[in-house]
Design a protein around this ligand. Structure first.
Ligand code: CA
Length: 222
């Protein structure tokens, strides 16, 4: 079964080009020319991923993203002509999975799509000590207690659990969790590691998340 992508893009030529490439790669594609149409399609049909332009007439891309995130953790890749750090921060804080700046090489966009879909379709539950994570349902538990994690915290915990016992560098975490060539704040992993520690190690009086000074982080029991 091929994956279905919603493409919300008002530049007709670009939209048609991307659609052709995606169809050629075997994806099903539905196009929307503005935010309102995009939201209507999102509500009416089931998609596996959304490509969302930032600069849209009417309801802008960030507002569309905000409304989608109220009900869905579907992967969203933002497209923009602007390479402003502010846009990236706004998009990622708003829950976008990735960010592609126009003009982009189609191969780059396809790679980002594959990465986002792979993250989403991971279905194997993982267990490390008392910690367990269910990527299909996007839930994580310590013992029987469900953890209240943001999307980013969940993705970070998943990456750590997937490679438990292995030290992950900041760069690897940025790549796996943030999923794009991060230009801005490279201390994001440190910030989110702190959040996770608060919700796991500190909350339960245990030590799972270890710092390897000068290298990165590793998740292991004790
Ligand atoms: Ca546009």
């Amino acid at each position: 079964m091929s994956e279905k992508i919603l493409l919300v893009e008002d530049e007709e030529k670009l939209a048609r080009f991307v659609e052709l490439e995606l169809v050629y790669e075997g994806y099903q594609v539905k196009k929307a020319a503005d935010g309102r149409e995009g939201l209507a399609l999102f509500e009416a049909e089931r998609f596996d991923l959304i490509l969302l332009d930032v600069m849209l007439p009417g309801i802008g891309g960030f507002e569309v993203l905000r409304r989608i995130r109220k009900t869905s953790s579907l992967p969203v890749i933002m497209l923009t002509a602007r390479d402003a750090v502010m846009d990236k921060v706004a998009g990622l804080d708003g829950g976008a999975d990735d960010y592609v700046t126009k003009p982009f090489a189609i191969e780059e966009l396809l790679a980002r799509i594959r990465t986002a879909l792979r993250k989403q379709t991971a279905t194997t539950s993982l267990q490390v000590g008392q910690l367990s994570i269910d990527p299909a349902r996007r839930t994580a538990k310590y013992g029987e207690t469900e953890l209240d994690l943001t999307k980013r915290e969940f993705d970070l915990l998943f990456a750590l659990m997937e490679s438990h016992g292995i030290v992950l560098t900041r760069e690897v975490l940025l790549d796996r969790v943030w999923g794009y060539n991060y230009q801005g704040e490279t201390n994001s992993p440190d910030v989110y590691i702190r959040f996770l520690r608060g919700k796991i190690d500190e909350a339960f009086g245990v030590k799972y998340i270890h710092t390897v000074r000068g290298v990165g982080y590793v998740l292991k029991e004790g």
